[in-house]
Design a binder for this molecule. Sequence first.
Ligand code: C2E
Ligand code: CA
Ligand code: CA
Ligand code: CA
Length: 285
Amino acid sequence: DIALYYAKDKGRNNYQFYQTSLSTRTPELLSLEKSLRHALDRKEFLLYYQPKVNILTGEITGMEALLRWHHPEMGIVAPNIFIPLAEASGLIVPIGEWVLREACKQNKTWQDAGFSLMTVAVNLSPKQFHQPQLVETVAEILKTTGLAPEYLEIEITETTAIENLDFTTNILKQFEQMGLPLAIDDFGTGYSSLSRLQTLPFHNLKIDRSFIKELTADDKVAHIITAIVNLGRSLGLRLIAEGVEKSEELDFLKLIQCDDVQGYLFYKPLSSQQATEIIRERIKK
Ligand code: C2E
Ligand code: CA
Ligand code: CA
Ligand code: CA
């Protein structure tokens, strides 16, 4: 329950990161939580989109929706800061619903403009995943926005997935029946084995950025990534590497036949306007 948060430096006019435990609520944290309560009403949230790229063709295969909070004084606040707060206070449920709806609306707009065959992936937090109305909510949002289910991808982390395998299986099977693509996120950080996860109906596996970051510095990490890719493939999963920043990393991932890559080497998270421009240019080619 550690949260990072911003607090304004006394005397100076800039914000600094602090780390705190959520159980010791400092005045700064309480005030941030208070403004978070109004952020939805005040329309302070926005989604950024990071393209996922086919490693062989360079085609954009999908976008990951990444939440941002435009705080009136602090400017853009990153999710690592406010998602733990939202999760602890339960605010993540309405916020997460907003994310789902906004991502589906955006993708429907892209599809209607001719950018078809592209998924938009949404991250679900643990509390959101355990929310009793989740499946109904997703179904309602797809119906209301008119987006075909195959274009809304759901990402849950390995840690969320293994917490209660029976529960996870039940929810994911319902999503699978609805036709949603399912991704296991941050793989490798949950200390589970792929064999424990093989019964879950995932289509995609995202190898956590921490591995890619160590790739060029540590030989052992290259072996670990290779093992994840080979085992994942043998289980019929599509493999995605997160946080690719260097061309050496890309070369290695090509060599071991990873399927897709996501990272600053290709694109940083983009505003919806920037994302629209990029896919429009690509369509023209
Ligand atoms: P994540 O799901 O693992 O998302 C990937 C994060 O890695 C994003 O950070 C992205 O900007 C960053 N990233 C991508 N490529 C690179 C790279 O090449 N280098 C580096 N250094 N970073 C890269 P972001 O947007 O700050 O999001 C952080 C986390 O916050 C996400 O991690 C996810 O767990 C959570 N999050 C974001 N949006 C949502 C949301 O709508 N709902 C929920 N529940 N969680 C969200
Ligand atoms: Ca993710
Ligand atoms: Ca991830
Ligand atoms: Ca991550």
